[in-house]
Design a protein around this ligand. Structure first.
Ligand SMILES: Cc1cc2nc3c(=O)[nH]c(=O)nc-3n(C[C@H](O)[C@H](O)[C@H](O)COP(=O)(O)OP(=O)(O)OC[C@H]3O[C@@H](n4cnc5c(N)ncnc54)[C@H](O)[C@@H]3O)c2cc1C
Length: 400
């Protein structure tokens, strides 16, 4: 098969589907994206982009737009909700190894907008909205995606299919691939406000992880808002969590100096999972992003990891389309599944445990350790390579 003949179908136009599409189109491969919604999702979930992911986005030409629409976070900090800052991590320590030695705080919908605009520059790329994947059939030579297009069943055939249709992936389910793992008991509430928290908490960084045995917080600044993430309490119903008085009470409890009532721009409640698909490949179909793995958002590894999947897969799939051994696609599955299981799941679960730790002796030990790491560049450098997911790419490369 040559790259001129190859045709790759992609289910889902989230960040990982669109990244895969642009990365393949850039290599001359015909791509067709099918998205269930009538338009691109205006998704607020992700906002943290790590340094290696920015290099991948830059390789597709979209970083100038994202830099213009994001906030650079050269530091991130770990705080105690009752006593204040514990450790401030300086990402400039990575400057000799990466071109973007900071986190970029830029919402997911800006990432998908930039990727979609890029995709539309390629005449051999297309996107269809209102096209919901519902089934798959494959033979030794092709794959057929069965779509529901506004009540009508449509079948499209290509050489390969990338399932980027999110955590509830219809493609993964149609293939009978298990999504192994668990659901956390609490949900995460995300609230955005234009209120400037720095006026009352001047020592905040752009990204802040705030531990507390009763209610931890994550506070992230984006261009127009502070985004605050809270865990729900035991026994709280969704309706109770979303009640205006409850939201105001939670926001006011962040700082006694904040005047309130808060203007609330967005509020969303998310169920939180740790799950990984039992395989990322079934013959001519590969899973990427949330369709392949889902994790709690503490540390910002879901979309970043999904883009790393898409980068890894696009490189191998382009080679296969040009005649390389399809066994490369199994290598994709092995490398990226190991990252999800042995790295992303471990770090994100650990982040939750540290934030919510209730034992005072363990809290103290955690805080002492983080302080020690942040204040010693020899310790902070490898730690930042891990939290920035650079070490996850080393792990993938080490797997053959
Ligand atoms: C509160 C919160 C905060 C987060 N913050 C971060 C962060 O800071 N950094 C980070 O890296 N990650 C973060 N994440 C995780 C991140 O949002 C996801 O990992 C990311 O959206 C995954 O991208 P995706 O393209 O794989 O899937 P999705 O974004 O879910 O996109 C899937 C697309 O497929 C479409 N679709 C669904 N079903 C079908 C179908 N049957 N047929 C066709 N199309 C379909 C959907 O409409 C959607 O457009 C966060 C998650 C949450 C909940």
């Amino acid at each position: 098969m040559t790259d001129k003949q190859a045709h790759v179908l992609i289910a889902g136009a989230g960040p990982t589907g669109l990244f895969s599409a642009v990365a393949l189109a850039k290599q001359g491969i015909q791509v067709s994206v099918f998205e269930a919604l009538p338009d691109r999702a205006l998704d607020l979930r992700a906002s943290t982009i790590h340094p290696p992911t920015m290099e991948m986005l830059d390789s597709l030409g979209v970083m100038p737009q994202l830099l213009a629409q994001g906030l650079q976070s050269p530091y991130w900090q770990f705080r105690d909700r009752r006593t204040g800052p514990i450790a401030v991590f300086d990402l400039s320590l990575l400057k000799d190894e990466v071109r973007f030695p900071f986190r970029l705080q830029c919402e997911q919908f800006k990432v998908t907008a930039a990727l979609l605009a890029e995709l539309q520059k390629y005449p051999h790329a297309s996107i269809q909205f209102n096209a919901r994947a519902k089934g798959v059939a494959q033979s030794g030579t092709s794959v057929t995606l069965v779509l529901d297009q506004q009540g009508e069943e449509v079948r499209v055939t290509g050489d390969y299919l990338i399932a980027a249709d999110g955590a509830g992936s219809a493609v993964r389910k149609a293939l009978g691939i298990e999504f192994e793992g668990f659901t956390y008991p609490e949900r995460f509430l995300l609230v955005s406000t234009p209120f400037e928290f720095k006026d009352v908490m001047p020592d905040l960084s752009v990204s802040n992880y705030i531990s507390d045995p009763e209610e931890w917080l994550v506070m992230l600044r984006v261009q127009d808002f502070w985004r605050v993430l809270f865990p729900t309490r035991e026994g709280e119903s969704d309706a109770q969590v979303m009640e205006e008085s409850n939201l105001q009470h939670r926001m006011a409890s962040i700082s006694p100096a904040a005047p309130g009532p808060f203007s609330i721009a967005h509020k969303t409640l998310y169920a939180v999972y740790q799950r990984v698909a039992s395989s990322y490949r079934a013959q001519r179909v590969m899973l990427v992003g949330d369709a392949a793995h889902i994790n709690n958002p503490l540390g910002g590894m879901g979309m970043n990891g999904g883009i790393h999947d898409a980068m890894n897969l696009a490189d191998k799939l382009a080679q296969v389309c040009r005649g390389a051994d399809p066994a490369l696609l199994d290598l994709y599955s092995r490398q990226r599944r190991a990252v999800a299981l042995d790295y992303v799941q471990q770090w994100t679960h650990r982040n939750r445990e540290i934030l919510r730790e209730a034992d005072p002796a363990v809290r103290q030990k955690n805080q002492d350790e983080l302080k020690k790491i942040a204040s010693d560049p020899a310790l902070a450098y490898p730690y930042l390579r891990k939290t920035s997911m650079m070490a996850s790419l080393d792990l993938a490369r080490s797997i053959s």
